[in-house]
Ligand binder design. Structure first.
Ligand code: NAD
Length: 358
């Protein structure tokens, strides 16, 4: 019987398998072997997993597993304990870490990176990017609301009328749409930019205003992803963003182009025109950020504007993020494991696109 090992990831509180999905995993069928204490940082103690699973020290899990699951790739030091032929399932982010597969190849382990699966209907239940982006969009708005020295909703009180906050959302992909929905629920007035006209209807159905910039390249061949825009278009867009940014209390940045640096849509001049106290949350910070002033993994105050650079906000909702990851990983394993055996089927588009070494 296959042994599926679950290990923690340094600096990431999430876990790839939660107690609620244990029975479903066991039906693969497989034996589940957990690293002791691996759910602790997601507030999931070992006892909650029940008696059908086994807990052992990390090195034992590494050496005994046929398949290893983790949110982030195993550490370099872990490789000495992993047997050749083991299959690693994780989020390797090969676009950001181009050499990530080299040591794995050398060790003759196979690796599937779930952030590389196609964004198709068939793959939706394994789409870790979507499940994590949705959390990030939600949390970005909550962070902004808690740091903004203003209310979000309009309020009419005996002491005066409060105007609703104005939010600007850049990029209406998975994170952006969740940010729009959350900001609207809190009562903000929301404006949105995206280069893909296809999202206009979705944006409007959430009660936000879609601001169109003429001349965007929107290629159907990019699999639904945005394509890189011309410098001329980006300059026009920056100008329109600047006009709106000056009147916004909150900006949520989510605009990304797969495999490339994020487009800069908010220059330092634009930040200088914003009202003191305003908040920018830049979810694109790990790929350079949409705001020129953003510093990845930092919260800074620039001319009275709070700028949060964080592409890992899903980590801050570790219990639900782990639950969603656990389902994503399970759905992937249901495809990878056939009749109790690992089936590296190169004819399967999802397996082929996510495999970074075999
Ligand atoms: P993403 O994180 O790559 O980018 C976020 C958004 O930024 C996108 O909507 C993109 O159009 C936008 N953007 C890029 N450049 C911009 C610019 N200069 N100005 C303004 N906006 C800009 O996107 P994502 O959320 O990962 O989604 C990517 C695509 O995949 C979308 O088409 C989405 O609908 C699709 N998708 C499909 C599935 C599925 O069917 N399984 C699941 C998730 C996403």
């Amino acid at each position: 019987m296959l042994t599926v090992g679950i290990i923690s990831s340094k600096g990431d509180p999430r876990i790839a398998l939660v107690p609620e999905t244990v029975d479903k995993y066991l039906k693969l069928p497989c034996t589940l072997l957990f690293e002791k204490g691996c759910g602790q940082s997601a507030s999931i103690p070992d006892e909650v997993f029940g008696t059908k699973v086994v807990f052992e020290p990390r090195t034992e899990v590494l050496s005994k597993s046929d398949i290893l699951l983790s949110p982030l790739p195993p550490e370099r030091d872990d490789l000495q304990h992993i047997r050749p032929g083991t299959v690693l399932v994780s989020m390797f982010a090969p676009f950001q870490n181009p050499g990530v597969a080299d040591p794995l190849k050398e060790k003759q382990v196979s690796a599937y990176s779930l952030d590389m699966i196609p964004r198709s209907t068939l793959a939706q239940a394994m789409d870790v990017l979507s499940s994590m982006a949705s959390i990030a969009g939600y949390k970005a708005v909550l962070l902004a609301a808690s740091l903004l020295p203003r209310y979000f909703p309009m309020l009419m009180t005996a002491s005066g009328t409060i105007k609703p906050a104005k939010a600007l959302v850049l990029g209406a992909g998975v994170a952006g749409l969740q940010a729009i929905a959350t900001a609207r629920r809190l009562g903000a007035v929301v404006e949105v930019f995206d280069t893909r006209k296809a999202v206009k209807e979705e944006v409007e159905s959430l009660g936000a205003k879609f601001v169109e910039v003429e001349g965007a390249k929107d290629e159907k061949s990019a699999g639904g992803y945005a394509v890189e825009q011309t410098e001329e278009f980006l300059a026009k867009q920056r100008q329109m963003v600047q006009e709106r940014a000056a009147k916004s209390d909150v900006i949520i940045c989510t605009a990304q182009v797969r495999g490339r640096k994020a487009p800069v849509l908010i220059t330092s001049d634009t930040v200088a025109k914003m009202r003191p106290g305003s908040v920018i949350v830049d979810l694109a910070s790990s790929t350079g950020g949409n705001c020129e002033v953003t510093r990845d993994k930092q919260t800074i105050n620039h001319l009275g504007i709070t700028i949060i650079g964080n592409s890992q906000l899903a980590d801050t909702v570790a219990i639900d993020a782990s639950f969603l990851l656990s389902n994503n990983y399970l759905n992937f394993l249901k495809m990878l494991v056939k009749e109790g055996k690992i089936n590296h089927d190169a004819g399967n588009e999802i397996l082929r696109s996510s495999c970074i070494t075999l």
